[in-house]
Design a protein around this ligand. Structure first.
Ligand SMILES: *Cc1c(COP(=O)(O)O)cnc(C)c1O
Length: 384
């Protein structure tokens, strides 16, 4: 079955007693046991819940893995995965990274004796150089494309190097979703999502998803998911299933809008750099074309001068100045003070997340309305 069909059909045919098309929200936290040592498959909702199971099986199938796990947020998903590692372990991570992931690693997990090296995976030799035997490197964790600079990592090459050194490859697939990119089919061991973004798609549910490639890792994550307990509620599981049914059509529209916005921004002399992997001149364009089937709806760009930023953001009328991405409504984010505020300024700027950088999540509105809004806000930023 093709991905569009799988998405639209999530949960259909699963509620046999009533034939409900929309799989119900099972609110019950407890389940009757037929007898001692017997179970319906559901005992206590932290361990397994029928609504959540439909979602978990759907994402496992979409990503091509053995099992899926739904968590209460993207960060909860990362925290659950990090439970695989122990004091003294070392991980190699994308240098350009979602700020919340960096904060969890540097301000929380480093206190538990885990250590992290941040490398630019566009240069695979940086990965090889960062591998240590003491403390022991255990895994590589990559975002591709990265948030917010849209840097593309070659997943196959990275996973191959990782495997040669006995390391796990973990991929944050939030930006492309399994509709465009399936890292497990390229050699990764674990994939995760902030499902708050494209998978949910409506800026109304906070969720995270994990998929493990093989049953061995799935078993360990199943234990951690239940032990840590940062699981997704039945209502939120239902909302996420509802959102995912339209993922394919939404992604096509997000992408079409983003591509036009990127081309529009390139033409503006008040815009300096445009980061969109769908542009042929983007340094990751050809790798992305080999490993994914689309570019998604995220565009970052730099204005010529930092004092245009507050004027531009205030002048936007249709596009909201807000954190987050991947919803039907277009949002514009200022990474320096929002998503990436917890990354020290010198590191942030060295990576390229400077105070002139803006990140746009193209929604599914009419493209002319989006371009009109951007044009008038850029003009207002220039003229004031
Ligand atoms: C938002 C985001 C996260 C964190 O997910 P939450 O659902 O906000 O907890 C992780 N990675 C990326 C790439 C994100 O955009």
């Amino acid at each position: 079955m093709r991905v569009e069909t799988k998405l639209a059909q999530i949960g259909v045919g699963r509620e046999r007693t009533t034939g409900a098309i929309s799989f119900p929200i099972y609110a019950s936290t407890a389940y009757q046991h037929p007898g001692l040592g017997e179970s319906t498959g559901f005992d206590y909702t932290r361990t397994a819940n029928p609504t959540r199971s439909v979602l978990e099986q759907a994402i496992a199938d979409l990503e091509g893995g053995a099992a899926g796990f739904a968590c209460s947020s993207g960060m909860a998903a990362i925290q659950t995965i990090m439970g695989l590692f122990s004091q003294g372990d070392h991980l190699i991570v994308s240098l350009d990274l979602y700020g919340g992931t960096y904060r969890l690693f540097q301000q929380v997990l480093s206190r538990y004796g885990l250590s992290f090296s941040y490398v630019d995976f566009r240069q695979p030799e940086q990965l090889v150089e960062a591998i240590r035997t003491h403390p022991n490197t255990r895994a590589v964790l990559i975002e591709t494309p990265t948030n917010p600079l849209m840097q593309v990592t070659d997943i196959r090459t990275t996973a191959k190097i990782a495997r040669q050194h006995g390391l796990l490859t973990v991929v944050d697939n939030t930006f492309l979703t399994p509709y465009y990119q399936r890292p497990l089919t390229l050699g990764a061991d674990i994939v995760f999502h902030s499902a708050t973004k494209y998978l949910g798609g409506h800026n109304d549910v906070l969720a995270g998803l994990i998929v493990a490639k093989d049953e061995g890792i799935a078993e360990k994550i199943r234990f951690l998911h239940n032990s840590i307990g940062a699981v997704l509620s039945p209502l939120d599981s239902w909302l996420l299933i509802r959102g995912m049914k339209t993922l394919a059509v939404r992604m096509e529209r997000h992408q079409a809008n983003a591509a036009q916005i990127a081309r529009f921004l390139l033409e503006r002399d008040d815009v300096q750099d445009v980061f969109y992997p769908g542009l042929e001149q983007h340094d990751g364009h050809s790798i992305l074309c080999e490993q994914a089937s689309g570019f998604s709806g995220m565009v970052s760009f730099r204005l010529r001068s930092a004092d245009q930023v507050p004027r531009f953001l205030r002048a936007l009328r249709l596009i909201s100045f807000a954190e987050s991405l991947g919803g039907v409504e277009s949002l514009c984010t200022y990474p320096a003070t929002q998503t990436h505020a917890d990354i020290p300024q010198e590191i942030r700027e060295a990576v390229g997340v400077c105070d002139r950088l803006l990140r746009l999540s193209a929604g599914i509105e009419h493209i002319e309305d989006l371009l009109d809004d951007l044009a008038q806000a850029l003009d207002a930023a220039k003229n004031e």
